[in-house]
Design a protein. Sequence first.
Length: 249
Amino acid sequence: MIENEKISIISNGVRLGGTLFYPDTPKPVPGVCICHGIPRENKPVEEKGYPFLAKKFCEKNCAALIFNFQGTSGSEGEFSFSNWSRNVLDAISHLASNPRVNPERLGLVSFSAGAFVSWAVVANDQRIKAFASCSSPSDLAKIPFIGEGIKYAEKYEILKITDIKKALKELKNDLRELNPLKWAEKISPRPVLIVHGDQDEVVPVQSAHDLYQKAKEPKKILIFKNVNHQIRKNQEAMDTVVDWTVKNI
């Protein structure tokens, strides 16, 4: 039996909404935090495919936390990648504080822009025992439409941004400071799994190879054929991510 409860995380002084899923067992279990990317529509993470992924972890006797980054539907505050980086850290702290979770066995599974901001967090937070990075940019500054994408998301209220000019100015600094290539080699000796689709239309598959080259052992890279950017919709890929993560935390 799988249970779930709505949770609130205070991060950067604002409330992040989320849901914690856990197996029905009296003993503390390992816990995994799951991070989404930039949304394609104005809906909370609970209305997308993430609960299904969280339940896969529960079937392996592992708790799973999904949450909405600040500035997205389901949470308060404004978007910025530096804010998102702090959100990941605070989500891990929330997971670790739950009495039903073993704080010595925590993992992180992140997607796209959520993975982009996660590399620095993992490098600096020893509580995270294993990191699965899915469809992550290696250098988001080299993706030419990132600025236009953020302007589009602000215009259609997918991301909450009060001052778009200020946000774009801060974006340049965030892309430099959070660049995964800067942090990848600092995660070892904790294991890293890099997962990407060879038909990714948003983040070139070369990003996965660049990250793999920078990361130190233990590391593993998996490129799934005929899979696009939304790799979480591929059952084989997600089964592999779940099995690897549970094994390594």
